[in-house]
Design a protein around this ligand. Structure first.
Ligand code: NAD
Length: 506
């Protein structure tokens, strides 16, 4: 049966965008609606001749076509965001919160539909895609709560004079996303921006253009002013038009370090603030006194979520020498048992990769790292790989030094705390780090020395929206989630109020 997502007309509120499919091979989803969105509706681009194929990773077939936006479309989208900003920024926090909460309700009611579209476009398992949709909803709820708390200070000055501060929005913010968490990234960027009174133009990765536009539609249905969240599709040219646009006040970017540097350079031309969520090569330290079962679970969570395509993954797994054989045996056994295949099936734990990863030679391949060919012939063109554990790794190996962004865990041996801390920190990146130990003093001592923005003790890769997330060193600038993000999406205005005469020196 062929399931279609073909309507070009607006659908009634709360209607799902595509009928549910229970497994990829039971029927194809075709997407023929335009994927750009501004001024309240889906739009085609004038750059139709440059349209690009978008693939379904689970099968390798063409899922839809992307029409990249050029200068004309980017101008229209920014203009639409400017117009929405005029209304939205004048609303009270309570009024903004009400609309955001309504958007969260719509997301909850369409959880399954959004998750399935994410699977079809990204290849991750339905179990994980549902959690991503939940994270997006929770983020919008969280910032709706903060919208009403934005407040300034009152400062008493001599002679009854005083000053006060106001927290004001920046204007039109730009969000640029990576392909590994398409819906979640769009929500993590738009929720704090909108809560602070900004509007946004969001550009998803050209690899995963499908679900961000669903979020834009949801805000519109929830009652947001036309143009509050706009989506322009395209690659680096569209992204660079956005970064250079004179009416854009801020750029929030998630992606690789090399692109992050370019974004910062472009934004600097207009002295625009940036938030950069970049890559990592994070260490996970497993001490001999840790609960081994828990440490193995932690190492799997640190490496194989989203087919290993997670920025914060703890891909350098340092294991204390005494427990190395036991750890390796258990981790390999559990890795080999991971069910790979049709990402829409409930039993699947690892779906398809977005692209073809490369493996490094040198280390010992303890398991995996090979192309996986599903038995279902409809999935044979998909991008599957068996999760890989590399043993006997050393710090100099490329697989240990560079981000692979696939399901590859490198296991390294260490002897002392001092040694492992030095090796763990010996990287230009600093997104995340983890430590497994039962010694509470060691745990906090080690975390105190780790140079990473997010540190986990006896767990890994949890990202509650109430907690700030972001990197040290070349892993980024600024934070997403948590209260602090309000400071990245607003600016302080100080107002001086004189209650007497001007104390004139002339
Ligand atoms: P990427 O840097 O190739 O692309 C990211 C986005 O930037 C895409 O939308 C792309 O079209 C756009 N882009 C590319 N060149 C541009 C330019 N010159 N100007 C403006 N925009 C441009 O990254 P990717 O391959 O999509 O994602 C993988 C990377 O993202 C990994 O390094 C991963 O670690 C990182 N990542 C980080 C986080 C985080 O929160 N720290 C989260 C997810 C992914």
């Amino acid at each position: 049966m062929l399931q279609r997502l073909a309507a070009t007309q607006r659908r009634p509120a709360a209607a799902p965008l595509a009928a549910a499919v229970r497994c990829i091979s039971s029927g194809s989803v075709d997407i023929t609606v335009p994927l750009n969105f501004w001024a309240g509706r889906r739009r085609t681009s004038k750059e139709k001749c440059n349209k690009e194929n978008v693939y379904e990773p689970a099968t390798g077939r063409v899922l839809c076509h992307l029409e990249p936006c050029g200068a004309v479309e980017v101008d229209e989208a920014v203009e639409s965001a400017k117009s929405a900003f005029g209304h939205w920024s004048k609303m009270s926090g309570m009024e903004r919160a009400r609309i955001m909460i309504e958007a969260a309700h719509i997301i909850e009611s369409r959880r399954e539909n959004i998750a399935e579209m994410e699977v079809v476009n990204n290849g991750k398992s339905i179990t994980e895609a549902r959690l991503d949709v939940d994270s997006a909803r929770l983020c919008i709820e969280y910032y709706a709560g903060l919208a009403c708390t934005l407040a300034g200070q009152h400062i008493q000055l001599p002679g009854g004079s005083f000053a006060y501060t106001r927290r004001e929005p920046l204007g039109v913010c730009v969000g640029i996303g990576a392909w590994n968490y398409p819906f979640q990234i769009a929500a993590w960027k738009s929720a704090p921006a909108l809560a602070c009174g900004n509007s946004m133009v969001f550009k998803p990765s050209p690899v995963t253009p499908v679900t961000a536009v669903m979020l834009a539609e949801i805000y519109a249905e929830a009652g947001a002013p036309e143009g509050l969240l706009n989506v322009v599709q395209g690659g680096q040219e569209t992204g660079s038009l956005l970064c250079h646009h004179p009416d854009v006040a801020k750029v929030s970017f998630t992606g690789s370090v090399s692109t992050g540097k370019k974004i910062m350079e472009m934004a600097s031309k207009g002295v625009k603030p940036v938030t950069l969520e970049l890559g990592g090569k994070s260490p996970l330290l497993i001490f001999q006194d840790s609960d081994l079962e828990n440490a193995v679970r932690g190492a799997l969570m640190a490496n194989f979520l989203s087919q290993g395509q997670v920025c914060s993954n703890g891909t350098r797994v340092f294991v204390q020498k005494n427990i190395l054989p036991e750890f390796v045996e258990e981790v390999v056994k559990r890795t080999q048992a991971i069910e790979i295949g049709d990402p829409l099936l409930e039993s699947t734990r690892m779906g398809a990769l977005v692209n073809q990863p490369h493996l490094e030679k040198g280390a010992t391949v303890l398991c995996g790292g090979e192309p996986f060919v599903p038995s279902d012939h409809k999935l044979r063109g998909g991008y599957y790989m068996t999760p890989c554990v590399l043993g006997d790794c050393t710090d100099e190996m490329t697989c240990v030094k560079e981000e692979i962004f696939g399901p590859v865990m490198s296991v390294l041996s260490f002897e002392t705390e001092e040694e492992v801390l030095h090796r763990a920190n010996n990287t230009t990146m600093g997104l995340a780090a983890g430590v497994f130990t039962r010694d509470v003093m060691r745990a906090h001592r080690v975390v105190g020395h780790l140079k990473a923005g997010s540190c986990f003790i006896n767990n890994y890769n949890i990202t509650p929206v109430e907690v700030p997330f972001g990197g040290f060193k070349m892993s980024g600038i600024g934070r997403e989630n948590g209260q602090v993000t309000v400071e990245h999406y607003s600016q302080l205005k100080t107002v001086f109020v004189e209650m007497g005469d001007v104390d004139c020196l002339f």
